[in-house]
Design a protein around this ligand. Sequence first.
Ligand SMILES: [Zn+2]
Length: 201
Amino acid sequence: MMLPTHALMGLAIAAPLVVVAPDLASAALVGAFAGGLLPDLDLYAGHRRTLHYPTLYTIAAVPVAIATALFLTPWLVALTFLFLGAALHCRMDRYGGGLELRPWEGTSDRAVYDHVRSRWRAPKRWVRYDGAPEDLLLAILVGLPLLVVLEEPFQWLVGVALVVGGLYGLLRRRLANIAPVVFGSVPESVNEYVPNRYKQN
Ligand SMILES: [Zn+2]
């Protein structure tokens, strides 16, 4: 799924705190938002492997959540939701498409790397590819209630995520055609950092 959907899902798991524990809601929202984005920082270095830990983020969340329940500090709340957001992100990647330039072709059997079992998990393709119409629909279904429930500045994050997601959804297939042209013409020194899937034709 695309990054805006991950970000919105992150915000969504922290949103109940707006009602349950308003004092800690901002910390939870910041943590969950960052957690939703964090795994995809590996986009250019071992994507869906280097920072994607489907099991370990969940395991890491447990002791931190226990410490949070005991001490209830904003930092611990943020950290708990960071792990929860990252864990949810990795799980969502499993239900999306594979790791390839044109994931709608469905030729890749790599959704997300499972470090515990030392192998790639296959994509389930409930959302066929990042930026697919159903991906955008999911972002809207999660984002619109958040626009109502959250206040500034989180409302802005939701708005930006929806706009970026909408544009990405519109351009997704065209971007796949542009990528090999753009990345094919970069200097050799830069080229070695470009993931192979962007060089396919
Ligand atoms: Zn990811």
